[in-house]
Design a protein around this ligand. Sequence first.
Ligand code: 13P
Ligand code: SF4
Length: 301
Amino acid sequence: WPAFAEDIAAILELKQKHNAVILAHNYQTPEIFHCVADITGDSLALARKAQEVEADIMVMAGVEFMAETSKLLNPSKTVLLPSAQAGCSLAESITAEDVRLMRQRYPGVPVVTYVNTSAAVKAESDICCTSGNARKVIESLGVDEVIMIPDEFLAQNVANETGVKVITWKGHCEVHERFTPQEIREWRKAYPDLVVLAHPECPPEVVAEADFAGSTAGMSDFVASGKASRVLLVTECSMSDNLAALHPEVDLVRPCNLCPHMKRITLSSIRKALEQMEVRVEVDPAIADRARLSIERMLAV
Ligand code: 13P
Ligand code: SF4
């Protein structure tokens, strides 16, 4: 912590000087999440709260698609992403041209797009979803078949929950695809009272082993509810670190898979972003209105 103190003090000063706020995803490390962030949450909460930000500058302690979403929803603000390399394996798995080809192949089938995509892909979509509202979004369409891109596992998990047929894409989260059902069974053997919470980006056979599946906010709420005294979080490991600080009474068992993209964001990169006003996130005006519409349709559900 002493190593962090200087950066934390500098960031707090820079936020005041520039009228800036920091939005941090649940996968950010504790010194970011607990010491400098003004707004925290899952992808859905960050999008909703970004809309309401009144400060001049939003610093996204998260990944590029989250920064783009903030810019789309609150375009008059300056949005800074502390690392230009904070991408996402899901967002990188699909292009706008891929979506246009899918539409040609399956005419008339609505396209539901996970927010973990570029603005260009969102612009080709009918509606977005997050892991927190995927079921609600799909059910709101009242159809029996959707194209659900790019996360194959999220789509399969939602299909299992809703009975809606999904046409999928072969995108995966490089963090959640690594978990296996065997690993969960081993943890249960070691801790018979274990309650297992899994993110729906995990393969369906992993979700089938869990007691609860939900977004990072859903998992946080479960831990906060006091329903379990020993919990296995099948997700990125900084989330367990953040929850451990908030709920010392809960024993958090942590299989540690790190997201290299989220970890590009550090206290020093946030400080540099605020000192140099970089990297500014802009969305091509040619696609911004259509991308925004697909996010706004989701927020209206
Ligand atoms: P949520 O916070 O929406 O559950 O998303 C998880 C994720 O992987 C974000 O990159
Ligand atoms: Fe993308 Fe997975 Fe990292 Fe989230 S955890 S940013 S879905 S690679």
